[in-house]
Design a protein around this ligand. Structure first.
Ligand SMILES: Cc1cc2nc3c(=O)[nH]c(=O)nc-3n(C[C@H](O)[C@H](O)[C@H](O)COP(=O)(O)O)c2cc1C
Length: 221
């Protein structure tokens, strides 16, 4: 796959077929993604690849916490309010996804069920957790982790695999640390759901749009 094609055709995948992923494929993706850029080549990322039974054990606990309305305490705080323009895009994204899935605006039960599936990594056979050492501080670390995370998504896409970056998988970092045997000094940025996309799932037919260049690029000569 051409790189530019990959950039424009990748999309978040929110339904997976159950088939396990050969470890060789995961290694191929990570081995390419490790060439991601970082501040002064500090490479501040640490990854934990969760496979097999561990995915089930962890997601069961995440889902139980979420369904039980346990207050989340993510290591990377989520914005609670967005300025209007950004909020409009966020709202359009959710409306578009639910619309494509045939879920009506007022169908709270189906929306909730989707959130529960999200908390369960959409049934992905693998979750890659992107971790950082709290000593590093956040601004540039987040930048670098973002580059690595996106490289994983693109590399997976090049091999016909699907990914969804999920802040949702990092809402209960203490549970993640417990299952992954991580010390408290290690913070959880995101989880990436990884697997073979389900080609028949309506959620996977959803495509977000983007603003045209004219909206956010200025040229100065
Ligand atoms: C940091 C980050 C966190 C995200 N968290 C979630 C999430 O918890 N659940 C989800 O369904 N998608 C999540 N996404 C995916 C975005 O919704 C998605 O990338 C965006 O809508 C653009 O769509 P696309 O990836 O299909 O191009 C996240 C993306 C990023 C970059």
């Amino acid at each position: 796959m051409e790189l530019l094609d990959g950039l424009t055709t990748r999309r978040s995948i929110r339904a997976f077929i159950g088939q396990p992923l050969p470890r060789d494929l995961i290694i191929m993706v990570l081995d390419a993604a490790r060439w991601s850029p970082s501040w002064g080549n500090t490479q501040p990322w640490e990854l934990v690849v969760v496979e097999g039974e561990k995915v089930k054990q962890l997601t069961q606990e995440l889902v139980a916490a979420f369904a039980g309305k346990v207050p989340p305490n993510p290591d990377v705080p989520m914005l609670q309010t967005f300025p209007d323009d950004y909020k409009a895009r966020y709202t359009a994204c959710a409306a578009g996804l639910f619309g494509t899935m045939g879920i009506a605006r007022d169908d709270k039960a189906s929306r909730w069920a989707h959130m529960v599936k999200m908390t369960g990594a959409f049934g992905a056979p693998v979750i890659i957790y992107v971790i950082f050492n709290a000593e590093l501080g956040e601004p540039y670390t987040m930048f670098d982790l973002g580059a690595f995370t996106y490289s994983i998504c693109l590399g997976a896409h090049a091999l016909g695999l699907g990914t969804c970056i999920e802040a949702q998988l990092a809402r209960y970092p203490d549970l993640v640390r417990k299952h992954l045997n991580l010390p408290a000094s290690h913070k959880v940025a995101v989880g990436i759901a990884l697997g073979y996309p389900d080609p028949l799932a309506p959620a996977n037919a959803f495509r977000t749009d983007r603003e045209p260049l004219a909206k956010f690029v200025r040229w100065v000569a």
